[in-house]
Write a protein that binds this ligand. Sequence first.
Ligand code: CAA
Length: 282
Amino acid sequence: MNQVKTVGVVGAGQMGAGIAQVLATAGLSTLLFDAAPAALDKGLAGIHTRLGQAVEKGKLDAATSERAKQQLVKASSLKDFAKCDMVIEAIIEQFEPKAALFKELDSIVGPNAILASNTSSISITRMAAATSRPEKFMGVHFMNPVPVMQLVELIRGLQTSDETYAVVQSLCTSIKKTTVLAIDGPGFIVNRILCPMINEAIFLAQEGVAPIDIDNAMKLGTNHPMGPLTLADFVGLDTLLYILQLLHRELGEDKYRPCPLLVKYVEAGWFGKKSGRGFYRY
Ligand code: CAA
């Protein structure tokens, strides 16, 4: 079985930077690229800050933090990914840009390299079909915040080989994540369950229950680390709406209908924490 030693990450936003941080901390040679140079610099600076904080808190030893910083390299173009054993994509959640990226990567990386997507909702089989290596293509869905969350959902496309699955699963174990195998269907496992739960909380808010009461009910009554509306703001209301629309469209059941209040908030530009306002103000 091939072992992954060098990994490329495309997209230096919250997810991509988190993935790169975890890979480099585990000692893998990691290349990070973003089409926007400012985003790449911001992503790298954030990783350095978080590594420093982990050392200050005594969660990470200084030598590991230093090694992680050395293992993490800024890629100046996708061409730098030629030496990668695996590339993980974490760019905008839209099919066309992802498919175009994978087509390009397919022509750059070596014949044995694995291509993977951190998509939270797009069909792995469909993205794999945009490449010449659908058997070496997989979904690896990390949770936010990546350095903290234990889980990675693995998604096999129709043609993903047993070997690709085994290699990716072994990589996830080596970076101390726990994997589950999801189906290649809308929302995989986590979002299929989580998004309708949050949507229900938004219906309750629309019916007049105070957001703080909804959140406290679920935090104190079911030991969730964050209440559903705080979590909605954290995930991003635009992202949440996008996933609910997808579940609704693809599964065709009314139970996935996005709450009108959520639609209204997104129309107003209230995207949650990242825009300064959602169910709460930031
Ligand atoms: N990056 C790195 N570390 C972070 C972080 C970030 N963005 N945010 C928080 N942390 C770390 C903190 O540094 C802290 O570390 P230490 O324990 O070492 O001090 C730890 O997480 C706890 O943070 P806080 O004390 O500040 O706050 P908290 O106890 O409320 O925890 C939380 C924050 C980990 C985010 C917790 O509230 C939580 O688990 N929330 C639920 C998160 C969740 O459900 N994520 C999945 C979202 S769904 C998804 O990702 C799928 C999708 O496709 C939409």
